[in-house]
Write a protein that binds this ligand. Structure first.
Ligand code: TEU
Length: 581
């Protein structure tokens, strides 16, 4: 069994500052808003608050494009507001972690401004600059300029942008306003440690959620990726910039030089959770999280949130249907990973980069949304791995209604994928692409998670007295925290109850061994957890029909998401746990 650690047992709660709580009526969430809700988080029963980027930023990618690590985005508040949040968290016995976004900065960061100012600037090598390639122009004749490689970026299009001033290209895996930092340059790494890390650790934060943690080391010299998507000018190229040759050296250095020098406010170790897409399993992942490697405590794996996403790097919103056995196999894989290694990982099904879990894994129809929200909550609460909740999940917030149309969407990724799909459809290269991508966006766009938090039944769900930066969900009168606080059988009350139950039975739930039953069943997800002589059985109905319930003999019902559990049958979207000592 795993060594016990506070961060294995803790529940984390992610706050997306723009959409959590607006205190001054400008329509944008802010830090005083967050501060006012710390008691709410404490009463929910979570242990750690993770705040998505609130640093100074031109907000091309909602703060994941940072122009100054040592300052706060002014519409959100000030450094002293952050200090107040840190103290309030600690006073409520909550830890607090911030996002560490150091694969790239904003193109408005002073470092990049210097770097792009001339080819001989001392900070030139803090980013990746490369000359153009010149090839025969078959259409116009003569030669034409093309970028150093054919790589596709995350947000559609290529990864290189031409700089007129110095006549070279710079690299960006994400938006062109997010140039990649060059970790090969030692001074650059030192500056990152000081500015993005020590500055906030010295203010008392308890760890980091490390953005895009496996992308700091690129394969050099740069080279083209093989053509695997002939319809596109840009090719998936992750093997060139993900899990690169020096990545583990960099993460270890970050630990030795910075993280190992600090503790959390209560003297316990800091916590780190890294974002780890596109890494071979299990060995590749283990390198990052194995206790003996001393790199990261745990990572976010994305195969669960990738369910329903199309193939390849470009197909994120190209919806493909999936079946329950696939979900079970993913869960089983990571439960086994924890059991069979000295590495740890996370349990989550929502974050700010995904659609809401009820719409993706449950059922958003009025008669089923609460039922399925509770069933999904139980699924997560019974698993090994550190539990992460995303704001609004605890009250069963839903995706934006389909009728809204994508005109209400604002995310750079949504916009770019949509634009690309329109082009591919209109040019006849892929005539149904637009239709498919619109459907994919309605289900999976990052925008859904960025709708304002629904605090109460007043205008805009109590999020803001002004016009919210993203439209408030039509259903805020029905779905909001205030009314759910008063109802014993609400989704919110259910989450509170489950967090207590997870704590009380953490031996089986958090440290127990996983056994999947009936893996091919497309309607129910049933598993056992074992710890010593203790066994828990978790039975989840993922359909709107009753399903037979078996295997509960000689066990005691611990909890059901229905007021009355019926014998031998799981009611629609019911979740239950049985226990035997
Ligand atoms: O996301 C990193 C990332 O590459 C993906 O895992 C993510 O799913 C994204 O939607 C791209 O498809 C992180 C942040 O979570 C995301 O919000 C940022 O846009 C991104 O980094 C760039 O900083």
């Amino acid at each position: 069994y795993h060594k016990r650690e506070w961060w294995k047992e803790a529940t984390f709660y992610q706050i997306y500052p723009a959409s959590f709580k607006d205190s001054n009526g400008d329509g944008l969430g802010d830090l005083p808003g967050i501060l006012s809700k710390i008691p709410y988080l404490a009463s929910l029963g979570v242990d750690v608050v993770w705040i998505s980027p609130m640093f100074d930023s031109p907000q091309k990618d909602m703060g994941y494009d940072i122009s100054n690590y040592e300052d706060v985005y002014a519409p959100y508040g000030t450094i002293s507001d952050m200090e107040a949040i840190i103290s309030s968290c600690h006073a409520h016995n909550l830890k607090i972690i911030l996002d560490l976004v150091v694969n790239h900065t904003s193109d408005q960061h002073a470092w990049f401004k210097e770097s792009r100012s001339s080819r001989s600037n001392p900070k030139r090598d803090w980013y990746f600059w490369e000359p153009a390639r010149w090839v025969d122009d078959d259409v116009e004749g003569g030669k034409k300029r093309i970028p150093p490689t054919n790589w596709r970026s995350y947000f559609a299009g290529g990864t290189w942008t031409w700089d007129e001033g110095t006549e070279e290209y710079y690299l960006h895996l994400y938006d062109s306003s997010q140039p990649d930092l060059n970790w090969e340059t030692e001074d650059c790494r030192k500056a990152i440690y000081d500015s993005a890390m020590r500055f906030w650790l010295d203010k008392g934060i308890d760890g980091f959620r490390v953005d895009t943690v496996n992308k700091y080391s690129k394969v050099l010299p740069f080279r083209d990726a093989p053509i695997t998507d002939p319809k596109s000018e840009w090719q998936p190229a992750a093997e060139n910039w993900c899990n690169g040759p020096r990545i583990h050296e960099f993460i270890r250095e970050m630990n030795e030089e910075v993280l190992s020098k600090y503790t959390a406010f209560d003297g316990l170790p800091l916590v780190t959770v890294g974002e780890l897409s596109l890494t071979p399993e299990p060995e590749g992942v283990l390198r990052y999280v194995s206790a003996k490697e001393r790199e990261l405590d745990m990572v976010f794996q994305f195969d669960l949130t990738h369910l329903g996403q199309g193939d390849g790097f470009g197909g994120k919103y190209d919806f493909v249907p999936w079946k329950l056995p696939e979900l079970k196999r993913i869960v089983e894989k990571w439960q086994c990973f924890i059991e069979s290694t000295d590495g740890w990982t996370t349990v989550f099904n929502e974050n700010h980069d995904n659609g809401r879990s009820i719409d993706r894994f449950g059922n958003g129809a009025p008669e089923w949304r609460e039922k399925s929200a509770k069933m999904l909550a139980l699924w997560l609460a019974a698993l090994a791995g550190t539990l992460f909740l995303y704001q609004g999940q605890e009250i069963g917030m839903l995706n934006a209604p389909e009728e809204w149309g994508i005109e209400e969407y604002k995310d750079v990724e949504s916009m770019n994928h949509h634009r690309e799909a329109v082009q591919l459809s209109e040019s006849g290269v892929d005539s149904t692409r637009k239709e498919r991508v619109v459907k994919g966006l309605q289900l999976m766009a990052r925008d859904h998670a960025r709708l304002p938090f629904q605090w109460n039944g007043s205008v805009n769900g109590g999020f803001s007295t002004g016009k919210p930066w993203m439209r408030a969900h039509d259903l805020y009168k029905e779905i909001n925290a205030e009314s759910q606080k008063k109802e014993a059988d609400s989704v919110l009350s259910w989450y509170k109850q489950l967090l207590r139950l997870r704590e009380e039975h953490k031996d089986v739930f958090i440290y127990g061994a996983f056994e999947l039953l009936d893996p091919e069943n497309v309607s129910t997800f049933v598993f056992r957890k074992h710890y010593g002589d203790k066994t828990a059985l978790v039975a989840l109905n993922f359909t709107s029909e009753p399903q037979p319930a078996r295997g509960m003999d000689y066990m005691t019902l611990l909890i059901s998401s229905y007021a009355k559990a019926k014998e031998g049958v799981l009611q629609p979207y019911e979740g239950r746990v049985y226990i035997k000592y």
